[in-house]
Ligand binder design. Structure first.
Ligand code: SAM
Length: 286
């Protein structure tokens, strides 16, 4: 699959997911985005660019922090995500938020026009994220900060999923994924710069950043039930797997996941899983 076809597949997956994305009774992206914004701490009056903004997990906490004199621009390759975020900003009466459909890997925006660039669980979708980081350095004004999140990858990590789920997914099903998300390709793509914090710090230095900090922290993923979790998984990146599974395999995986996840609940209580998330922050070198 070439890069254009891959990006079209990602765009279609997130366009189809947008209406229910992060609105399915599972808390994960919203608390992660809020925590990332806390870590880069935009100040009143600052200009924030959120790359791969989705429905705004970073946009809204950032808008709160920069206040009326600042502004937040959210960009996403999936037009439907951008529309959802824009509608929410309108409903909340936020005049300091703007959203645009744009490829976040190649942002067409003026140099030095932002104080903060964020990207929560989004730069991992780029075919060449390190090159994109260098473009973000150019977009930042002097002293500007970068912050992004990613899964904490291990050799066995299933794409989009925390390690705890890896054992629940039969390995042969992964063969149905687009080539870019095959385990070997993921390992090649991420192990070169993201899996080892030392590589990550070096990559950021090459991209034009210093004082890089890599902190792994758990986000408490809370789902009402195994069924709620599986339904939710169709509304995020894992949709790429579901849509590539034959009907029979899809049904079997659904049942298997629901049974295993419900077994992790305490009685009728919700399912709570500590999911390790990597928070990366750095300051532009200038
Ligand atoms: C897992 S979602 C995260 C969304 C949001 N940041 C959040 O935390 O809820 C990944 C997002 O990245 C977007 N994305 C993937 N590739 C992109 C690209 N090349 N340019 C811009 N956005 C992209 C997807 O459309 C999707 O909205």
């Amino acid at each position: 699959m070439d890069t254009t076809t891959y990006k079209t597949a990602v765009t279609q997956a997130f366009n189809s997911a947008a209406a229910s994305y992060d609105r399915m009774g599972v808390e994960f992206f919203t608390p992660m985005g809020r925590r990332l914004v806390e870590r880069v701490a935009p100040r009143p009056g600052e200009r924030v660019l959120d790359v791969g903004c989705g429905r705004g997990a970073c946009i809204f906490p950032a808008a709160e922090r920069v206040g009326a004199t600042g502004r937040v621009l959210g960009i996403d390759i999936a037009e439907a995500m951008v529309t959802e975020a824009r509608e929410q900003a309108r409903r909340q009466g936020l005049a300091n938020v703007e959203t645009r459909a744009m490829d976040g890997e190649y942002p067409e925006l003026p140099e030095r026009s932002f104080d903060v660039v964020t990207g929560s669980y989004s730069v991992i979708f780029f075919p060449d994220a390190p090159a994109a980081l260098a473009r973000y350095a150019k977009l930042l004004a002097d002293g500007g900060r970068l912050g992004f999140t990613s899964p904490v990858f291990t050799p066995d990590t299933f794409p989009f999923l925390p390690p705890v789920f890896t054992e629940l997914i039969p390995r042969e099903l992964l063969r149905n994924l687009p080539p870019q998300w095959q385990p070997e390709e993921l390992t090649r793509r991420f192990n070169s710069w993201l899996a080892d914090p030392a590589d990550l710090v070096r990559t950021l230095a090459d991209a034009g950043f210093h004082t890089a900090e890599v902190v792994d922290e758990e986000v408490a993923m809370v789902a009402e039930s195994g069924t709620a979790w599986v339904d939710w998984s169709h509304t995020q990146g894992m949709r790429l797997l579901w849509q590539h599974l034959p009907e029979r395999e899809s049904g079997q995986l659904r049942e298997r996941l629901i049974t295993a996840l419900d077994a992790m609940r305490a009685g009728d209580g919700p399912l709570t899983i500590g999911v390790p998330v990597r928070y990366v922050t750095a300051t532009v070198t200038r």
